[in-house]
Design a protein around this ligand. Structure first.
Ligand SMILES: Nc1nc2c(ncn2[C@@H]2O[C@H](COP(=O)(O)OP(=O)(O)OP(=O)(O)O)[C@@H](O)[C@H]2O)c(=O)[nH]1
Ligand SMILES: [Zn+2]
Length: 204
């Protein structure tokens, strides 16, 4: 029986910030709820494994995007920088199953010419993907973090993903892809600049 009188807020206890005992108890409960025997040999270690896996899957909840983007260089580059096809795995917050695909991030540095390391864009995707998410929100969060840390002239973020909650269950439409975009600054103001970036993003 779950004790519903306990404080519902997460109480991080471990180095990775996750309350493993609580996660393990919840997984055990879930296995019982679906009619499984959590004490059979194959499942005995599963609650502990799932707790460890969740700590990794949701590690972004404990990461700060501003720290990642704080490594910058003055490169005096005032044209488009675009990193395409950044693989991403996230978790749909409605069903707690994965959605996965690629993210593309393009930006035009601001008047201070500040650019960040290319790997930091991929790390930024990780920070927001490794949380319970909705694709639209993740796309916006990536764009807004770029704006607040780098003060670029513009940012464009496009995410293409397959949602397993639409593929393996529910409506069961494997192969359908959801595309979301978020544009800021010059990409929002100028249709021509946006079209140019989109053709680079979508061109294979
Ligand atoms: N907009 C948006 N919807 C999402 C995302 N991930 C999952 N969903 C949708 O969230 C909705 C939840 O709908 P509900 O009717 O509450 O849940 P459900 O009964 O499980 O719905 P079905 O998936 O249609 O079986 C579904 O339509 C999902 O496809 C996302 O990232 N963005
Ligand atoms: Zn879902």
């Amino acid at each position: 029986m779950i004790d519903h009188s306990v404080d519902p807020r997460p109480v991080p206890h471990s180095e990775d910030g996750v309350d493993h005992a609580r996660a393990e108890a919840a997984v055990r409960e879930l296995l019982l709820a679906v009619g499984e025997d959590p004490d059979r040999p194959g499942l005995r270690e599963t609650p502990a494994r799932v707790a460890r896996a969740y700590a990794e899957t949701f590690a972004g909840l404990r990461q700060d995007p501003a720290t990642i983007l704080s490594t910058t260089f003055d490169e005096d580059h005032d044209e488009l920088v675009l990193v395409k096809d950044i693989p991403m795995y996230s978790t749909c917050e409605h069903h707690l199953v994965p959605f996965h695909g690629v993210a593309h991030i393009g930006y035009i540095p601001g008047s201070d010419g500040r650019v960040t390391g290319l790997s930091k864009l991929a790390r930024l995707v990780e920070v927001y993907a490794r949380r319970p998410q909705v694709q639209e929100r993740m796309t916006k969060q990536i764009a807004d973090a770029m704006v607040s840390s780098l003060h670029p002239r513009g940012v464009i973020v496009v995410v293409e993903a397959e949602h397993l909650c639409m593929a393996m269950r529910g409506v069961r439409k494997p192969g359908s892809r959801t595309m979301t975009s978020a544009v800021r600054g010059v990409f929002k103001e100028s249709a021509a600049t946006r079209a140019e970036a989109l053709s680079l993003v979508l061109g294979r």
